[in-house]
Design a protein around this ligand. Sequence first.
Ligand code: ZN
Length: 226
Amino acid sequence: MRADPDKALVVLSGGQDSTTCLYWAIDRFGQANVDTVTFDYGQRHRIELECAARVAEFAGVHNRVLPIDTFTALGGDALTDDAIEVAQEIDAGSGLPNTFVPGRNLVFLTFAAAYAWRRAIANLVTGVAQTDYSGYPDCRENTMAALQDALSLGMEFDVTIHTPLMHLSKRETVELARDLGGLPAMALTHTCYNGERPPCGKCPACVLRARGFAEAGIEDPLPASS
Ligand code: ZN
């Protein structure tokens, strides 16, 4: 399958990182060549879907929501299961935070690739990063390289997975968003693991976001806007 190397599909969650990736993609491929996809995987915080739609509209790109309900059926993690609180500590059994949804990024990117295949879009963009954060194994560079190979082989599709944040710290991600003109859109994003707006400021995601903005010496437009 010959796909258009000038077109890109961004996996947009409505959060800070994927929004930064959207602005990266617009900068690199041009607004008219960028599409976005958001997954409704039964996340507890439905506000994420709303934020993704608002960010896409603000940036002037199309946003398609695709449903995946299997993660909720499986349960057991704090992002899809109402009965589980976000833990501050790493789970001793798995060695991972309880916000880890096993295989989530693999599934997201596989469906994103299927969407891209249908539309002959050669580039996928995702905000995964292996630095500075939770150590989710499906965010690592080796996982993404292997997945790109698998998707290329399995769909006979010359697809490239771009991970512009892979080696950036949170501070550098904030600086990148600023340099790409993406800061105003940050007011529309959602990060808080507790689904609160204004953000709770206490959960691991809020703490990390606040630290990134503080280290970059940039004011986060989100708290002031909510
Ligand atoms: Zn929070």
